[in-house]
Design a binder for this molecule. Sequence first.
Ligand code: FAD
Length: 319
Amino acid sequence: MSLFQRTTIALARSPMMGRAMRAMAARSSLARRFVGGADVEAAVQTALRLRAAHGIRASLFYLGEYVADPAAIEHNVAQAIGACDALGRAGLDVHVSVDPTAIGYMDSDARGEDNARRIAAAVSRAARGGQDWMVLDMEDASIRDRTCALHRSLQETGLPVGLTLQARRRRTPEDLTWAIRQRTSLRLVKGAFPDRALDHAGRAGIDQAYLDAASIMLSREARDAGFHPVFGTHDDRLAGAIMTLARERGWPPDGFEFEMLYGVRPDWQLALRGLGYNVRVYLPFGGDWWPYAIRRVGENPRNAWLLARSLTSDGHYFS
Ligand code: FAD
């Protein structure tokens, strides 16, 4: 990990920086670039705008992770349920992303599972027949097995629950073998929590693992099961290989999705839409934006300029 990445991780974890930056959220170009709104209404407006102007769909994510305080957990759950209701009223996909550590798993597995069930039930209630899912994000290795178990448990009850898997983990193909036989949505990402003991080595190794997993997700078996593949990446080389694979296997362009983070490579998001592919953005909202946004800077040093001019920017990144 580079010095630059270590510095941004330290900044993300600093409570003092978090408090100071939250206070100036309204004026920060960093928040504007990567966060879809301060509250659910603003986030839904952003989602409506993206859908109307560009045909880009959204998955709403309420900011806040690794939360142990019961009142904060309940607040996070209420925000996720509120997002489902608002998306349904707006006629959009009822699609939310959820961190298990934000909804109770830092307290007890029973509380986490119960809350996940409540949010998935809210998706079901509000759904209008689009791609309506509660997708579980995949966090660090300590919660991985519990996240997979939660996915299975809710899947068995018929709730609309999807899962994120990290290509960098050597174990991912095993989890995929089960998932592709289900009517579920699975988002494949490279993985943001490196662990040398559990991972494929090096960038080339991870990219190859991503393509191997994509090949399983685009199998005939997956298609017959009604499986919904989602490729969560900004990497155009990988996306190009996936498009070729999908074409060769007879998947129509709208049979799967590419998903990217709001504010990251909007040019590429529009280009994929122009080619007829389904594109979704992972759209965070809420006041606790600092750790999330500073991680985006860590992923790409070019974003550091946003920090520098955080008092001067205005407008949105999509016209
Ligand atoms: P990279 O090789 O990192 O990037 C490809 C290209 O995109 C490069 O040109 C790069 O410069 C550019 N790029 C990448 N990030 C940025 C940025 N922030 N700003 C500007 N340009 C950038 N990880 C998890 O571990 N668990 C999750 O649940 C999870 N959910 C995710 C959901 C979605 C929808 C997405 C898109 C990512 C998610 N991630 C998650 C993060 C993911 O694991 C990667 O860390 C991240 O997406 C970067 O990898 P990449 O595939 O985009 O490829």
